[in-house]
Design a binder for this molecule. Structure first.
Ligand SMILES: [Zn+2]
Length: 489
């Protein structure tokens, strides 16, 4: 059975379209990365997790993916933050690149193949601006260089807006340096140097790039003038991605990108996700509250294009779900590890679950559908370990091994369950013990006393201890491998 064709919602077409690589078997993917003036925002963490999962799945399907995600390390916000701390702006940005990598590493985000920075791409940026000036779509004005939006016919084709509506509607973007522009909607490609700001030499004097030009220069440098997929949050459609398209296509005369993908907002208590709203919750703060894998699972619980409500209960439920998956894996591992069940038929065909997973992910990367396939697979493994519907132990064992193998494949395409189950479960238990103020040593003593009572066939005492533990919020579990405990959730 061959895997289904992948269809992707393309913002340009406002529809799901078949994914057709420009070069068979290869895909160039560009995702707008963070502006590194602070710790990564939880909303950005969702967007990057979505694209990480999409890249993982494309590789799972055998594509040779080149994944580029930039760092904006030259920007007004960085300069402002650096002035506040007295640091050099480039150094401050470098510090937050490291903090970013540390935080998203916990979410198991793959390192992109290339993570270019503005400060390292200045020659390409300057060359691109020169090209736009020579083509007559950009002009210099008092050391700044602006893109002249009315000289480029395709402007606003992604967001389906109209220039004249934007002009009268206003409010959506800051109109600055109006006296220097031919049209208030023209946007800066290059900004003349101001005292105390990082700057580089250029044909228009010392200055620094505007925000949008970096993505046009970097994507062309690493993926070529035309590439396959471009991703980012919904808030980037306008002006950022419109401006990228204008710059790239006016310079090359080619279609910049075949498919534009946009991730939905993370809704923090009803407030739309936006750095400028000031309602900032950092990924690092969130990771104090919830396990990183629980958070990743929470992000995947909703389609990447949908809004996702960030809330305590949903996070708690996600972590409990991850616990269930790890408990199942641990149980299955205990059952099958080191055993030979011979060859022969299987009780269920694991390909069924792989097929469901592919079906979901091929349909515009339906993450909840993919988790649904995983849930079905885990329910099957639970059934086979707890209440096997057939007596043939070798048949059950073989089936469990095959299901476990498929579970591992699916999980790694989603960036989940890469920890050793027993270690993850102990880590969760430690966090719960701490947050509920339990005494782990006391619980271990109770379990020992209960084991002694059981050995002495004093079942009244062993039941009493179990009940005492339960009253403390601790669940004692007996299995062939011995007695363990967990914090009841
Ligand atoms: Zn960008």
């Amino acid at each position: 059975m061959s895997a289904p064709e992948i269809r992707v919602f393309n913002t340009m077409q406002q529809d799901k379209v078949p994914l057709r690589p420009l070069t068979p078997g290869k895909l160039g993917v560009y995702v707008c990365g963070p502006t590194v003036y602070s710790y990564i925002h939880i909303g950005n963490a969702r967007t990057f997790t979505s694209f990480d999962t999409i890249v993982r799945y494309l590789r799972f399907r055998g594509f040779d993916v080149k994944y580029v995600r930039n760092f904006t390390d030259v920007d007004d916000k960085i300069i402002k933050a650096a002035h506040e701390t007295g640091e050099d702006p480039i150094q401050l940005a470098d510090r937050f690149v490291k903090e970013f990598e540390r935080d998203v590493g916990q979410l198991r985000l793959l390192k992109p193949d290339v993570s270019p920075r503005v400060s390292e791409t200045i020659p390409e940026i300057v060359a691109l601006i020169e090209k736009l000036v020579s083509r007559g779509v950009a002009y210099e004005s008092k050391g700044d260089v602006y893109f002249e939006v009315r000289k480029y016919d395709g402007y606003l084709k992604l967001s389906k807006r109209k220039l004249d509506d934007l002009m009268t509607g206003g409010g959506e973007r800051e109109i600055v340096h109006e006296d220097q522009k031919r049209d208030p909607m023209d946007f800066a490609l290059w900004k003349a140097a101001k005292p105390g700001e990082p700057s580089w030499p250029s044909p228009w004097g010392a200055g620094r790039p505007g925000w949008h030009i970096e993505c046009s220069a970097m994507s062309a440098k690493y993926l070529g003038e035309s590439f396959d997929l471009h991703g980012g949050g919904l808030d980037l459609i306008f002006p950022h991605h419109e401006n990228e398209i204008a710059q790239s296509e006016a310079a090359s005369g080619k279609t910049m990108c075949e498919c534009w993908m946009h991730g939905g907002f993370l809704d923090l208590e009803g407030a739309k996700m936006s750095k400028s709203l000031g309602n900032v919750v950092r990924l690092r703060d969130a990771l104090q509250q919830v396990d990183a894998e629980g958070l990743r699972y929470f992000f995947l619980s909703t389609h990447y294009r949908q809004a996702l409500a960030f809330g305590e209960k949903a996070l708690h439920d996600a972590e409990a779900r991850v616990e269930y998956f790890y408990e199942t894996l641990k149980k299955v591992d205990e059952r099958v590890t080191g055993k030979d069940f011979g060859t022969g038929p299987l009780h269920v065909d694991p390909a069924k679950y792989l097929g469901e997973f592919d079906q979901a992910m091929s349909d515009d990367f339906n993450f909840p559908g993919a988790l649904g396939a995983l849930s079905g697979l885990f329910a099957e493994m639970n059934l086979l370990t707890d209440k096997p519907p057939v007596k043939d132990k070798a048949l059950v064992g073989r089936t469990l091994v095959a299901l476990r193998d498929v579970a591992t494949k699916i999980a790694s395409a989603l960036g989940l369950f890469e920890s050793v189950p027993s270690e993850w479960l102990l880590g969760r238990r430690d966090r719960q013990v701490k947050s509920k103020g339990l005494d782990a040593a006391r619980i271990e003593e109770m379990i020992k006393a209960r084991n002694d009572a059981r050995a002495a066939k004093n079942f009244a005492e062993s039941d009493r201890i179990r009940a005492e533990a339960k009253a403390m919020g601790v669940e004692i579990m007996d299995s062939p491998a011995g007695t363990t405990w967990k914090v009841a959730s």
